[in-house]
Design a protein around this ligand. Sequence first.
Ligand code: GLU
Length: 487
Amino acid sequence: MEVRTRFAPSPTGFMHLGGVRTALYAYLYAKQNHGKFILRIEDTDQERYVEGATEVIYDTLRRCGMNWDEGPDIGGPCGPYIQSERKATYMPYAEQLVKSGHAYYCFCSKEEIDQRRAKVEAAGGTWKYDKHCLHLSPEEIEEKKAAGIPWTIRMNAPTEGETSYHDMVFGDMTFQNAEAMDDMVLIKQDGMPTYNFANVIDDHLMGITHVMRGMEYLSSTPRYNYLYNALGWEIPAYIHLPTVMRDATHKLSKRDGDAYYSDFMDKGYLTEALINYLALVGWNPGDDREFFTMDELVEAFDVKRLSKSPGIFDVNKLTWFNAEYIRRLPKEKYLELARPWFDQVLSEDSTDYARLAELMQERTEVFNQVPGMIRFLAELPEYDAELFTHKKMKTNPAVACEALQLVTPVLEGIDEAQWTEPVLHDRLMACIQEAGRKNGAVLWPLRIAISGQASTPGGAIEIAYLLGKEETLRRIALGLEKARAAC
Ligand code: GLU
């Protein structure tokens, strides 16, 4: 039997990380079993539809390297793969269920239902559709239809007994029908199926063997099984996945900017790092491996190692992965990715980006930190003369005065054309030696004067090189004034 999994998102906005992870597991499972990964767009709830959301889904999956074998844009033997384009497919099955007594027409208006619900709730009960229309005769049904009264088709759910099924993550599940079932709508007044109906029809018609989806569907699965049975269809294997959470009590949220794939891309995380980490939120390889390419994930993935407890998505851990991935990038790739972030504060005409990239790569955890880390190159920050004081280097503003006075003529004596790191290094070292100083006692104040901060990518020489002669000397002069004023 060929394994066929599907990812069935609703185009309601950006791609939630929970969705990306569901897609990932479905993809991995299909690939591992040399099966097919199918993309189906579930857009029957037209009110929730968001323009452009389908493209976001395509784009996200592609960027993540989860290429689908069948889907809306590439077609396949079970198309169309967009539910709104399959509208005509569902009705015959609903009619078949009406004939067999598993479903029925309902003509209740929203207002009528609201009234009856209010009554039940006022009496302290929980509302469920009360099978009001179940016993309409065929003539009454025809009459109402002819009179143009809008109708839906509802499932005739059992009110007694229980339903059991096996879930590959959660094990054997049993639900009381009286609680888990209700006469849910299958076909809406606009003729569209509900998700509850369409997922069953489509999973069957598309030959889905393993249904992977969020655990919020665990308790509705008895209803779907009722439909499979009523239609005489085989029930697929179920793999329900625990929710991805920020911590034990908080979901990932839009407001905190940690819910969507695009949030992380905007911040400058790498897709590969995100996918690697996401795979481990709710699954473990059974050993201490942490780094996986997509191909390695396909190899290593094992449904038995999916966890039942909520997956905790720890942004710090992701950041750690991201830093590792950034460190492993080829230099050129790093520069390519960093360039737009460099451009936010600098320009390639005046700064040697390739050199800056070398200095920054080791220190970059997430690209959105980059502008803040290099802003001092564009503009000398305000700083306090106290920064010149460094116990270990034995410096203070007075020492800084001497140091800056010492290096000024040396640097002035270097031609613009010779302003390179080796030349800067040789000249500065020579003068430090000649003056009988310690390196730190000169280079620390120099670095403070030209960067205005205690922590920088690279040291005094690299920074002086990146700034260029004129700016370096200008900053030294300012530093000298500041140090003097503090003596
Ligand atoms: N369209 C549903 C959702 O986005 C899919 C659930 C499923 O995979 O069956 O939640």
